[in-house]
Ligand binder design. Sequence first.
Ligand SMILES: *Cc1c(COP(=O)(O)O)cnc(C)c1O
Length: 345
Amino acid sequence: MMTIEVDLHSDTQTRPSEGMRHAMVSAEVGDEQRGEDPSANRLCELATELTGKEAAVFMPSGTMCNQVAMIVHCQPGDEIIADKTSHIINSESGGAAALAGAQIRAVDGIRGVFTAEQAEEAINSVKRNFPRTSMIEIEQTSNAGGGSIWPLETICEVADVAKRHGLAMHMDGARLLNAVVASNVTASDFGAPFDSLWIDLSKGLGCPVGAVLCGSKDFIEQAWGWKQRLGGAMRQSGVIAAAGIYALENNIQRLAEDHASARRLAEGMEGVSGIDVWPVETNLVFFDLKKTGLTAQDFHERLLERGVRIGIKSKYEMRAVTHLDVSMDQVNRAVDAVADVVAEA
Ligand SMILES: *Cc1c(COP(=O)(O)O)cnc(C)c1O
């Protein structure tokens, strides 16, 4: 197999930097389950300051944050409203059904974003034979929507609907901070309409592991019970929490560089005939190959021969992701490789 010189596969590929590793090695630690890990406690404090929520809990993954939130907000038999492309529908091993006992009503949004009208239409009226709607979930940014940002105004309109119907609002904020940096809206402004939200540390923020779930004291108390029950409670988690602290202190503003590389990548590929690039708002760049005559699988393999890796999204669509381990020079090389592959085809 060829060595990969430019890896645009995912922002989950980021590796802890030297500074982050240093913070991890020198972390103060204790028993997290007893509330005695100073680094995990500090990380939760920073997350509450950032998101404007009362309390937070450190989790091993974003998936566990979503799962725990659905369990806390829903009873078995309840229904959750989410976009059809959402991670909770497509990428969590059916956890909503298996763990919360809830089903998800898929809304047909545009690039992962739906309207308050669509949310309201998806709510079941109260009737003995209807599932009880109990929660609305949105993804900021929308992953499978191409890194699209939910405008604050749309969020507030959806939250109004939720409030009128007594539904919980939950944000999958895997890439919330990308939305914050790209739109100049603070995380606490984006977070205010939500009962619960989380941020991923292991994507663009560059940590090896971890996510932080935030909400009211009561919500987090219940979430802690489920973290414990699901086996997510840790011991000296300060070693990894320290990476999270480092990320929140050093790696947020630099997400703007990833957005600039994503725009450069998109602009470069727009110049290649036959490639249609989706609108780029943050660090995800989706593009359609149909007019080149190549399938995504062919394209993927031919790019790999040139040392460039880009993910396959569907039969004719690709998904490229920029992050802190991808330089502008590498982005330019990727554009050249894409142009070569298309020219050859
Ligand atoms: C990555 C991702 C998750 C899951 O996060 P993990 O930390 O990988 O478990 C959830 N939602 C979205 C939108 C994601 O991109």
